[in-house]
Design a protein around this ligand. Structure first.
Ligand code: ZN
Length: 318
């Protein structure tokens, strides 16, 4: 390895495992190392694990510690990015943990933190599906709907870190709205996340609608998407509704931040062009002409590595 090149370390902290990655200055992922989070050891123990994993990764790759120009971490929950304090992370059971200060003390490098959805978005903009696109919005369709907004190559965190929380755009009309995990009603996440899709499917089954989904015990969002692909009318209607609200949210964002590209990742997005084409159709139906011309919707390409790449990128897209 060229010992003169600058390298960046990204940390993707999850409830059960921690992934750490080493990137070059162009966002190319050179190596990863994964170990258990051991959340039961509380914040101090988890951060000690992270130090071990980072040192193991850097040592294993044979690069000098001096080459590390910065370390970033993507953490689920509500964060104060400026001070580097995790205000609350239900997944980890953390409250008011000064992650930046502790890791800087342990590792002797500047550490930046951001939430997991924002760093995943940054990863796709640095070296993924939106590489070279300075204005992009990334969606992560999983248990919830996460998001990240990048304007002129800067991640939009906003006044209190709530910038890019697009899963909580209130897009569902009051008469159809259900309560979201955030406490508000009608959030995008209530219809377009895996949880939302499963909820709509179960409701249809309970109403006694004719669908192949009635015969599946532990329904997943993939079951619903697969049934829709196979021609099940009820499943198709549910997927269309999820896609419609995603398209509507994009039309709204297109007149707020006017991105050139939307990137869609997360487990639900594995349905591929079947889902993307429907989202695209609804986006074009709702969006203003000048806000949709030459704007495209593409699948994420970094997969599970988006988090480590984007976390490392926090030092490049400051
Ligand atoms: Zn919400």
């Amino acid at each position: 390895m060229d010992k003169s090149q600058k390298l960046y370390v990204g940390i993707d902290l999850g409830g059960t495992s921690v992934k750490v990655g080493l990137c070059d200055r162009l966002g190319k992922l050179l190596a990863v190392y994964e170990g258990p989070t051991e959340a039961e050891k509380r914040a101090e123990g988890v951060l000690q694990n992270i130090e071990l994993y980072v040192r193991e990764l850097v040592g294993r790759e044979g690069c000098d510690w001096e080459q590390i120009a910065g370390i970033g971490a993507g953490i689920p929950g509500f964060l104060d990015m400026e001070t580097g304090v995790v205000k609350a992370s239900p997944n980890l059971g953390w409250k008011d943990v000064p992650v930046k200060a502790i890791l800087e003390e342990r590792l002797g490098k500047e550490v930046r933190i951001d939430n997991d959805a924002n760093v995943a978005a940054l990863g796709e903009v640095w070296s993924g599906a939106a590489a070279g696109i300075p204005n992009a919005v990334c969606y992560t369709l999983g248990t919830g709907v996460g998001g990240g907004i990048i304007i002129k190559n800067v991640l939009c965190q906003g006044y209190s870190g709530m910038g890019g929380e697009i899963g909580h755009l209130g897009v569902v009309p009051a008469e159809e709205a259900i309560t979201c995990g955030c406490g508000q009603k009608g959030c995008l996440e209530t219809v377009s996340s895996a949880t939302g899709i499963i909820y709509m499917a179960k409701e249809a089954v309970i109403r006694g609608e004719q669908t192949s989904l009635a015969h599946i015990r532990e329904l997943t969002a993939k079951d619903v998407l697969d049934a829709a692909k196979a021609g099940d009318q009820v499943a198709a209607r549910i997927v269309d509704r999820a896609a419609d609200y995603l398209g509507k949210s994009m039309a709204l964002l297109s007149v707020v931040v006017n991105p050139q590209r939307f990137v869609i990742g997360g487990g639900v997005a594995k349905a591929g062009s079947f889902l993307l084409d429907q989202i695209d159709h609804h986006f074009r139906k709702y969006a203003l002409e000048n806000a949709k011309t030459n704007v495209d919707i593409v699948p994420a390409i970094l997969g599970n590595n988006a988090g480590v790449v984007g976390a490392a990128g926090l030092h490049v897209f400051g």
